[in-house]
Design a protein around this ligand. Structure first.
Ligand code: CS2
Ligand code: MG
Length: 402
């Protein structure tokens, strides 16, 4: 019987910080898992290195479910982004190994294809509306059928979602940058610029917008109602989702579709949102919600309530996550859309292989497992570089959700 012989926690910063788990079996088969948690990377690296890796050595790598249960229940303390990201990395690495042993891409182990192409959305942004509109045109020229639109709010220093340079990365400073926020200014500005997007480009593409946890439920209800004419594919994270029942209020006032889940990490965190149909897309990611094994449970529950997938997928989830996500996306019945940001060239120097982007969609790799190779020599050129996500403060100086 093959056993787990080695499990390496690889920390590097090709373009941005990534934590990668590489498991090697006694037969020499390797599997990769993404353990990156933006702004808290070393917490997961330590959780793996100090508390999980010693438990893996000697285990049967084929026992994916048993290992998941062993790490989840055996950890005693339930859920949370650090725990569930660490478990996800182990889980995805074991699925990678299982695919390689079987000589099949992981999606073939998940029931095979339900679709050929995985529709993605790109991230258009600008410091002002004109720059945003020009960026949307660029994404349309690149073949995207779905585009997220974000721009700065006039008079506010710093703003969520505006790309600087070629790759968007919000964790850009060695201490949290402080950005100002005004709900009033946002609510009087955002619906109008989304209307301008439709006026300029029409309705023949999917338009998405990320509110990023910043409104109260009634403010989100007002926003959703005001933008119904814009026909958003979704409004994302309209209000913090710890209080799942708060979405009932939003639902009472608007038909604008809602997407939630990227900061959540277990089926219990989205259970009410799904079973009460308070959301339309669930965004939990393969790398932060317990891996392929747990994300499939979430998506199977979602399918019972006609909630579709919309998994988180910016560049702070590595190409290993994107490959695992695409293997899930191509196979599940209730696929909605996959978030996709082009990685920095340095990132692709280290993480080689995975899905390919073409005409607004991702095409899964046919290589066995996840089809991603981690190049240690390339990674050695990019040492860890601690970075923090920003913090938002209201105009009165109090902390707000970033
Ligand atoms: C964003 C993320 O992609 C999104 O929808 O919410 O970019 C998020 O801000 C980052 O993943 C935080 O690291
Ligand atoms: Mg988001």
């Amino acid at each position: 019987m093959s056993t787990i012989e080695k499990a390496e926690v690889l920390v590097s910063s090709p373009g941005r910080n990534y934590v990668t788990l590489r498991i090697t079996t006694s037969d020499g088969v390797t599997g990769l898992g993404d353990a990156t948690l933006n702004g808290r990377e070393l917490a997961v690296a330590s959780y793996l290195r100090d508390h999980v890796v010693p438990l893996l050595i000697g285990r049967d790598p084929s026992r994916i479910e048993d290992t998941w249960q062993y790490l989840y229940r055996g950890g005693y303390w339930r859920r949370g982004p650090v725990t569930m990201t660490a478990i996800a990395a182990v889980d995805v690495a074991l699925w990678d190994i299982k695919g390689k042993v079987a000589g099949l891409p992981v999606y073939q182990l998940l029931g095979g294809r339900s679709r050929d192409a995985v529709m993605v959305y790109g991230h258009a942004s600008g410091v002002d509306v004109e720059e945003l509109l020009n960026d949307i045109a660029r994404f349309q020229d690149a073949g995207y059928q779905a585009i997220r639109a974000q721009t700065g709010v006039p008079g506010l220093a710093g703003s969520y979602g505006v790309r600087k340079g070629s790759v968007y990365e919000p964790a850009a400073t060695s201490l949290p940058a402080e950005q100002s926020w005004s709900t009033e200014r946002y609510l009087s500005f955002a619906p109008d610029y989304l209307r301008q997007v439709r006026e300029r480009f029409g309705f023949n593409f999917h338009l998405l917008h990320d509110i990023h946890h910043r409104l109260t439920p009634i403010e989100a209800a007002r926003f959703g109602k005001e933008v119904e004419e814009v026909r958003l594919f979704w409004m994302e994270d309209p209000t913090p989702a710890e209080n799942q029942e708060s979405f009932r209020l939003i639902r009472q006032h608007t038909t604008t579709p809602i997407a939630v889940g990227e900061v959540l990490n277990s089926i219990w965190d989205v259970q009410q949102l799904i079973t009460e149909q308070l959301i339309d897309y669930v965004r939990t990611s393969v790398s932060h919600s317990g891996g392929i094994t747990h994300l499939r449970r979430i998506l199977d529950l979602a399918a019972l309530y006609q909630v579709r997938s919309g998994s988180h997928g910016p560049t702070d989830l590595s190409p290993v996550s994107l490959s695992a996500a695409t293997n899930i996306d191509v196979s599940i019945p209730n696929f909605g859309i996959q978030e996709y940001m082009a990685f920095a060239p340095e990132t692709l120097n280290v993480f080689q292989g995975g899905p390919t982007f073409r005409d607004g969609a991702l095409y899964v790799s046919e290589e066995p497992g996840l089809g991603v190779f981690y190049d240690d020599r390339a990674a050695a050129r990019y040492p860890y570089d601690p970075k923090y996500l920003p913090v938002a403060r209201r105009l009165d100086g109090s902390v707000h959700d970033w």
